[in-house]
Design a protein around this ligand. Sequence first.
Ligand code: MG
Length: 418
Amino acid sequence: MRQMDRRRFLHGAAGAAAGLFSLQDLSAAIQTATTPYQRPRLKITKVSTAVVGGSLHCRIYTDQGIFGQGEAVDAISGAVPIIESFRGHLIGRDPLNVDAIWERIRTAGIFAGAQAGQYITALTAVEIALWDIAGKATGLPIYQLLGGKMRDRVRMYCDSGTNNRKDPNAQKFINQIIDMGFTAAKIDIDDANDPARFDRVNWTANNQEIDNMVDKVAFMRESLPKHVELAVDMHGRYDLGTAKRVAKLLEPFRLLWLEEPVPPENVDAMRDVRESTHTPICAGENLFLRHGFRQLLEKFAVDIIMPDIQKCGGLLEGRKIADMAHTYYIPMAPHAQASPIGTMATCHMMVAIPNALVLEWHWGHPASRHEQWKVYVKEGDILQKGYIYVTDKPGIGVEMNDEAVRKMLRPGQRWFDT
Ligand code: MG
């Protein structure tokens, strides 16, 4: 029984004992304060937002003092007014019916863009805040509400700040990846500024560009110990012929994956690349909802999927996408660039799904990013030697350090309800 409920309940019981209430009064008092099995009764009272760096943070408040915090990334430029537009579906509602609220907002927005994009990303921040409330109200970590945990920790990979032998910072950054205990790293090999490019718009790579790409992979593979796996990102820019040539040439490096060698929208083209190579293919950071992943899975166009859990629809939608992928024997390696709030939220999902591979960490290079990461939540640095241990505290289980994060607020943006 929650504290306020208990107070009301005791007040009623004491009154009855003093003969002020009849038994009927006592029964009514109990029913008002509790529900069967002491399910907490909450109502949403307020919704507010703050845009910090590349993150949209959302706070949802309730009539019993509990508030939840959620985070969205990437597709957030219009998210503040979109979340404003959700208020009618939130205020006065029971926040514990997370999926019902989510589905109501999604289906209400079918003419407002609720199939993908910013509408879904804004909804994602709300969904995660609702899970935080549900965990705090029931005294359970979110992973427990998503089915319980299959593992205690989530393997992280470091998005590398270096990728080539001419970079004066290369050895320093590579040493950091090793010293921080990572067992996987990722580099980008698409280069809009490669001097060998003939055309600023068309993305057909010539032999020199392809040699430059392969050399970046060779350099990183030589520099990292064998136990540190390497993933490579092409950011969905290149044409089909280039994608197939690069995927083939990278086979000897036994990559963890090659990411979006072509854009993900044409699933048949992605499948053509996958069928042409032994290099594992990964895609999905710009796809939304289960619907965005359906054909990718049905057509066996990828070996690994990588939804962004702060973007694609939220924690339960992430779990549903993972479950769909699991029936095709495909693992999930989410894209992520969220703060420790969103990252820990994603970790609750990652420990609850069977097919969790590895999760992205984007805060290593330059070092100032890591300093921001370390002070973002009151718990300090949640990254431990290349892993994040999921917390057993209720809800997301990490608390924003308002004083530190407020200094990172985007200029001109409001800080929640102030
Ligand atoms: Mg990517």
